[in-house]
Ligand binder design. Structure first.
Ligand SMILES: [Zn+2]
Ligand SMILES: [Zn+2]
Length: 197
């Protein structure tokens, strides 16, 4: 699955506006297929609707890290937990994430790093949301406004889907920041675009 994903990312990089930059010389292109920014992996993400930058330049991690252990139940103040993704980095979530949550007979996390969740009839729920979210440290995002779409206590939950609005009014991301949840921001692959810094 990872290999397939790698191919898809390369295709996307081929199509992204990096292609609009001045062509490197043929010799350089042959010696170094990636330019400096691509070689370091740094991209920044912009709103696909209005092009406004939503992040700093970020470097890709090979996978979403495990969230740092955090005894939220012992914390003096409620949430958020330490961020799953270190500042300055991003990673791709290969599993379905966010709404819709659908009933399943198989117990397990509702979505990655989320823990289990049941509906009011006690049935297990699992995400049938989109794959391919771009997971970042919420502190690396800018210009986003929280619009709750699922009930939360002190932060936001991903259970209702996208809850982060760009200044242009488009929902572009899902914030997970409630105290008993991992601290993550998921940019929607369908609503943002990677550009060279
Ligand atoms: Zn926008
Ligand atoms: Zn809370």
């Amino acid at each position: 699955m990872r290999a397939a994903y790698g191919r898809r990312m390369r295709d996307e990089q081929d199509q992204n506006p990096g292609g609009a930059e001045p062509e490197p010389s043929p010799r350089r292109a042959a010696d170094a297929p990636a330019d400096g920014a691509a070689a370091s992996g740094a991209v920044l993400f912009v709103c696909a609707a209005c092009e406004v930058p939503l992040t700093q330049p970020l470097t890709r991690l090979p996978a979403v890290p495990q969230p740092p252990f955090y005894a939220w139940w012992d914390a003096d103040e409620p949430g958020p937990s330490p961020a799953t993704v270190p500042s300055g980095c991003y990673a791709i979530e290969t599993e379905p994430y966010g709404a819709p949550l659908v009933a399943t007979g198989i117990p397990g996390p509702a979505m990655p790093r989320r823990g289990t969740k049941t509906d009011r009839h006690g049935q297990w729920l699992v995400s049938h949301g989109p794959r391919g979210n771009i997971v970042i440290n919420p502190d690396d995002a800018r210009g986003l406004t929280l619009r709750h779409v699922s009930s939360a206590c002190c932060g936001a939950t991903p259970d209702g889907g996208m809850n982060q609005m760009c200044a242009c009014g488009t929902f572009v991301a899902t914030l997970c920041s409630d105290c008993c949840l991992p601290y993550e921001l998921h940019l929607s692959a369908g609503h943002v675009r990677a550009v060279q810094p």
